[in-house]
Design a protein around this ligand. Structure first.
Ligand code: SF4
Length: 568
């Protein structure tokens, strides 16, 4: 049986797969004593029992194919309406990926630092996989990078080629240990590790086909489907890049992926280039680095070389120029880099598609001052993403910039959940107001977006309690009125306040004296990357990649019809 586009069009069952819970795993480990399956079509690492350290040694003996560990989704079951009440009131990024090929360097330690720089993109879990020419080792767990790794766990991860991942879940369930990445996959006598930023939109049917082939899954994530497909096709073709290429022909959606086998690093990106991925180089030809953002290159001393182009696969197996093999694996489509990267997700010290994120945000603030002026005494930003824009607003308007609130930087989404009493403190867990700056003032507050409106409402109330006389909210994006399916956690339209309320109604709900959003044209004028092709679907409802009907049945309000780009 083969996997084909025709086959996946035929099968559209939703995958509501419940992964088995490991006994007490701290780190991932396909046991080196567990017998691997005879081929990738049946391979799956054994479920760990209580491992302390990761090790996926090259398997030695074939085994009888095991029954799939995950229950088969029913092809007739109608999907239930999802419960989104617990979702955060802010766009949440999917993940960060990092990869390095550097013989002579401590690849896992450099990956650790790279993940630190990219921690803002995902704080639920972290993982590193490393290879030394003969085997692949991996460690992953729930929590922040510095909670998952320490000196001894990094020392155990020796090798010269490595990938890393930090996760915020948009697929495969929140806080699921099995969903932490990198995903390991056996391919005959070889193991690969894969890390993914983004969301694939058509993996339900592909998963069913892989299950039909006897391939077992440890999680319900889209990323594991991609890892298993690559393993399957690589086994068939005996060629890793061909396995990746065939997988890219099948999967749809947003992906920036890095992958290692026991001797090489691969980086590849979806044909629209929705999620970012940059290639850099260590000085004196010591090696190559790839990262979701350039701040991940900077921290390890790598110089940006180029972005991984949409639809491209880069194989890295050498430190010189000839160490790179670059292939246009699938045809490039109209560019659709997520414009929200500039608004909120990326760090201000990163450069995306040749455009400084800081400069783009400063320009958004200037433009907002021109589009939505107001008489006020001070301008403040909601840290961190609102700060450069507030500086821009202040410069353009002549109103002085003040801090207004201080961010509690070390409160993140970790596996230590706040208690109900702490949760009720809401925004106060993350932000503390400065009465000395706010008392008696008419305040312009610059923030990046409003999703459900509850956080903005708390923010305005908090500023008033601290003494602000007037609060004028200025938002550096247009209203978020459409769900995102490409790696951002805003996937049900009626949860978005802009789909239900006018700007005036929203201002009243939030309790602001005035509210204004940056116009679509204004936002696009501030983002001037080298290629100028952006996804703006969450503002416009015009989507670069079509979503299978079953996957978005509950996502749109009744009378709001999305537009799909012609080539999607
Ligand atoms: S829908 Fe919005 S958040 Fe999602 S990829 Fe497009 S621009 Fe980014």
């Amino acid at each position: 049986m083969s996997i084909s586009p025709a086959a996946f069009v035929r099968r559209t069952a939703p995958a509501t797969v419940a992964p088995a819970t490991p006994a007490a795993p701290a780190t991932a480990r396909p046991s080196s004593t567990a017998a691997p399956a005879a081929s990738a079509t049946t391979a799956a690492p054994a479920t760990p029992t209580a491992p302390a350290t990761a090790a996926a040694a090259t398997p030695a003996a074939p085994a009888t194919p095991a029954a799939p560990a995950t229950p088969r989704p029913s092809s007739t079951a109608a999907p239930a309406a999802p419960d989104h009440s617990a979702r955060p009131d802010h766009p949440e990024e999917a993940c960060a990926v990092f990869g390095i090929y550097a013989p002579g360097e401590d690849a896992s330690r450099l990956t650790y630092f790279g993940l630190h720089a990219l921690q803002h993109r995902g704080q639920e879990s972290a993982g590193i996989a490393v290879a030394d020419g003969s085997s692949v080792l991996a460690t992953k767990d729930m929590g922040l990078v510095q909670q998952v790794f320490n000196e001894s766990s990094l020392a155990a991860l020796s090798g010269y080629v490595a990938i890393g991942h930090t996760r915020y879940s948009t697929s495969g369930g929140h806080a699921a240990w099995e969903a932490a990445q990198p995903h390991l996959s056996t391919m005959g006598d070889e193991i690969i590790a894969l890390a993914h930023n983004g969301t694939l939109v058509n993996t339900n049917a592909l998963r069913v086909q892989l299950l039909d082939l006897g391939i077992a899954f440890r999680s319900s994530t889209d990323s594991e489907v991609a890892a298993k497909l690559i393993g399957h096709f690589t086994c068939q073709t005996h060629h890793m890049r061909e396995g990746i290429r065939k997988t890219m022909e099948l999967i749809e959606g947003a992906y920036a992926m890095v992958l290692i086998n026991n001797e090489a690093l691969y980086a590849f990106r979806d044909p629209h280039g929705i999620r970012p991925l940059s290639l850099g180089r260590l000085s004196e030809e010591r090696g190559w680095v790839v990262a979701s953002e350039t701040c991940g290159l900077d921290i390890v001393g790598a110089q940006w070389v180029r972005d991984v182009e949409p639809g491209e696969v880069i194989r890295i197996k050498g430190t010189g120029d000839d160490g790179l093999v670059i292939e246009q694996a699938v045809p490039r489509r109209r560019r659709a880099l997520c414009i929200f990267e500039y608004v909120y997700f990326a760090r201000p010290d990163s450069v995306l598609d040749g455009q400084s994120v800081y400069q783009a945000r400063e320009a958004m603030g200037r433009r907002l001052a021109a589009e939505a002026a107001v008489e006020a005494d001070i301008v403040m930003g909601v840290p961190d993403s609102g700060t450069p824009s507030a500086i821009g607003y202040a410069r353009a308007s002549g109103i002085p910039f003040e801090e207004g609130v201080i961010k509690n930087r070390y409160v993140g989404r970790t596996f230590i959940q706040p208690t109900q009493a702490l949760r009720q403190r809401g925004i106060r867990l993350k932000l503390n107001p400065l009465p000395a700056a706010l008392a008696g003032q008419r305040v312009v507050v610059v923030d990046d977006s409003i999703v459900r409106g509850n956080t903005s409402r708390q923010l305005v109330a908090m500023l008033r309690e601290a003494g602000a006389r007037e609060v004028h909210l200025r938002i550096t994006s247009p209203p978020v009125a459409w769900p995102c399916f490409y790696g951002i956690d805003t996937d049900v339209q009626d949860q978005l306040i802009a789909s239900r309320m006018t700007v005036e109604q929203t201002a009243e709900f939030i309790g602001a004296n005035s509210l204004a959003y940056l116009s679509q044209k204004g936002l696009e004028s501030c983002v001037r990357g080298a290629h100028s092709g952006y996804c703006t679907a969450c503002f416009t409802g015009s989507y670069p990649v079509k979503i299978p009907e079953q996957a978005c049945r509950h996502s749109f309000c009744a009378k709001m019809k999305p537009q799909w780009w012609p080539e999607s």
